[in-house]
Write a protein that binds this ligand. Sequence first.
Ligand code: ADP
Ligand code: MG
Length: 605
Amino acid sequence: MDVIHLLPDSVANQIAAGEVIQRPASCLKELVENAIDAGAQSIQVLLQDAGSTLLQVIDDGKGMSETDVRMAFERHATSKIREASDLFSLHTMGFRGEALASIAAVARVEVISRREEDELGTCLMIEGSRVLSQEPVAAPVGTSMKVKDLFFNVPARRRFLKKEATELRNLIADFQRIVLVYPHIQFLLVNNDEILLDLPVQSTAQRIEKLFGSSQKKSLAAQLVEVNAKTELVNISGYVGKPEAATKAPQQYMFVNGRYMKHPYFHKAVMNAYQGMLTADHNPSYFIYFDINPNDIDVNIHPTKTEIKFADEPYIWQILSAAVRQSLGKFHVVPSLDFEQPTDVEIPQIPTDLSQVRTPQVPIDKTYNPFNSHSSYRPSFPSTKGWEQLYTKELEKEQPEQVVVEQPITQPALFEDITLVKPYQHKEKYIVLSGVQGLMIIDQHRAHVSIQYHYFCDLMRAHKGVKQQLLFPEIIDLSTDEVSTLLAVQDDLRNAGFELTQISKQSFSIDAIPAELSGQSAMQSLVNILHTIMEENISTQAQRNQAIALALAEDSAIRTGKVLSEMEMKDLAQHLFALTEYTFTPDGKRILTVLENDEIEKRLK
Ligand code: ADP
Ligand code: MG
């Protein structure tokens, strides 16, 4: 007699659920990831009793058709991959098609979903894998997934749940790992009618600040420096904590292609960059995002595992460590207001017509430059063509050697704690900083233009413009010339956060604008951008991006006439000095000048 038989679906689903859905936090993760994959701009999570009674995720994503709502709960039903090879070009969080089947096997689920093109939505009730009902309902576009009484039919597992406070802590931790990757999506997290997190559309730095800033005395953002390394193999971006902000309980996060990961080996690469800068048991916070070809990582990871395997780990180790070192080094390049031992410093790329103007001088403390001890560093990153050989070569070495990722630091370095300086605002236009050798005067608007310019350049390069959807799209009528220019730069504008739809030959609707702009200025910015590109006869992609970044920077920068708090002035100065070029704006306007003591004395004789 044959003894092997197939398990009924409901039993198979329950077994799968044991793997995929271990606790409310894993259920939440799957539902929120689905909402993100559905293109939601706004996601609300409503919990009762830390998810054990109710866990509801409401999104404004693309919704599902009547058939798809039903299909979604079948095992291995997914809209995200079709064949095995798709696994190597994944751009969604989900792909296994297991989550909803698993959730429905161990809970009472109520879904309401509607697509934009459908007049009515669908409401489906499913309980322990059994469909109870399916009917049309009126509903907003998007999906609401209600998961009630998780593990109602698996008492052993239900008993396994920890105290509400513990489950809630897990939920929040998992939630944070997701929202840190999607600052351009709005999130709300509520438990038993108490709002735990209310996150607007914001930048990554703002989101970090919002999540972790309040527990710190100082603004967290002020304690972080930006990390950026772009190579053909991998792009690394994010923030790392300044050494003196290290704590016993640091926030440490790494993500690859939008997924949270734990990577002890890369963790060491980061720690390596801090060598000699930390005191015992104090560690830095970091938020590091890897962007890599999905081909070069093992995506077929278990849904609840956070370890991810990379193809070129030793090589990435070096890029990462060098990038962090470089950022920490840059941070030390803050021009000192202690002009005690003046030495001439090269400031890169000063426009020629302004070259006579003296630049501030800073004393040099070579010991602060982490690269100084390595005389053999390469001036730029080696071409990644033929990196395979490099990889094997590097493998032979015991200790990874230093690699400089972008430009080497040519500037001497000195760290002066700008937070100790008391800034003063003059005529609601200038920030005045007093130093031993004189007064530094900074134009607040121009300083902010430069900062914003680099911010927009980065966003556009990463295709990560932060959008704000307009409730009432603006209609803009353009000339034929303007239309053809707009069509040529449409992709670049999208990268910056604009969403435009052509509605007739010469008119467009502006559906979304960069989050940093106000609705009014966005129209004007758009027209300015088009005119700059037309007038300056800009043709290359790089020039186009620069023109767009500059126009957006001009329009989003703080204005002359804006009163700044001491905190804001310090923050501005600090961000300014983190730029490689802080003396002139990208379009060659002077940002700061120093009135030296000698000069002051001469005039007052
Ligand atoms: P996976 O995410 O791995 O594809 P799931 O079981 O999580 O598998 O979801 C199955 C399918 O249901 C998805 O591929 C998607 O097409 C659809 N789906 C799930 N949640 C949503 C949602 N919030 N909005 C739109 N479609 C969804
Ligand atoms: Mg999924």
